[in-house]
Design a protein around this ligand. Sequence first.
Ligand SMILES: [Zn+2]
Length: 339
Amino acid sequence: MESHATKQQAEPRADMNTTQSYFQTELERRRASLQAATLANVTDHSLQQLINSVDEALARLNTGTFGICEVCHDTIEADRLLCNPLLRFCLDHLSNDEQRALERDLTLAAGIQRGLLPRPDWSVGNWHARYHYEPASQVSGDYFDLIDGDDSFLFLLGDVSGKGVAASMLMSHLHATFRTLASQNMALQQLIGNANRLFCESTTAGQYVTLVVGRAWHDGKVEYASAGHLPLLHVSPKGIYSKTATGVPLGMFCSTEFPVCHLQLEPGDSLFLYTDGLTEVFDDHGAEYGLARVESLVAMHAAKSPDQMLAECLREVRNFTAGAKRTDDLTLLVMRHTD
Ligand SMILES: [Zn+2]
């Protein structure tokens, strides 16, 4: 999902001078630590090299070239600079060694992310879930989890603003937040309200997530709240019922309510959830796949097993895009309620 600066408008954040002074303070703090370490360990020359790098970064701050790539003179990615203020090159102009290190990190991050997913043959009581989770590159900004409870379970599916590593870090943050809150046994509205507040307080401007959070009971009763996410589809032999968002995206406003809606699923009914990697794909004439096509696709395959429904969706989307390279993360979830 593309990032927007909505939160920035709602809650004015730091201007450039504050950013400069943040990096100034941060670099000086690091320099002092390095200096202290050099005094304790005179034989380690890497410490002196680091001090030189910090001094160079401080000099760049003074001359106004801090955060500018030395090759293309474009700005270095802000999230990378926050993690490492010594950076001198944008992602496109890393050295070969830096590129290899980044690829190793990404492979590791992708493994960690896959480890956060529910097991692929997830079933609890008379609910059976099947999903497809496909990052556009190595790591995904899509968030998906199923959390078992005593007489019910939570389902969560969302799309974090931005792409790539920064989005995947927010996704892991969200995963940890909801896993922690879920253990507290609170009402759904309170759960999502608390998660929103925590997310707001720990992220920067323009970072948010569209998300469906729901709870399902063994008798087919379902409650859900949708924080600005694409419509959830209730799939039944009688038809497809599209349920639109009930609130704004998570992380956009610190104090906002997320109204909870209720559904009753009959045996054989399903819930179908997805991210914009399904709706916002284009054919070779530039036409978008869109919600209407998703609804008719799901209606056409409503009687099939969850595995078959997923396979049909993937086949249809690949046909539609004529095999073009995916630019958005894709997550699909079918939850079937049975006798
Ligand atoms: Zn560059």
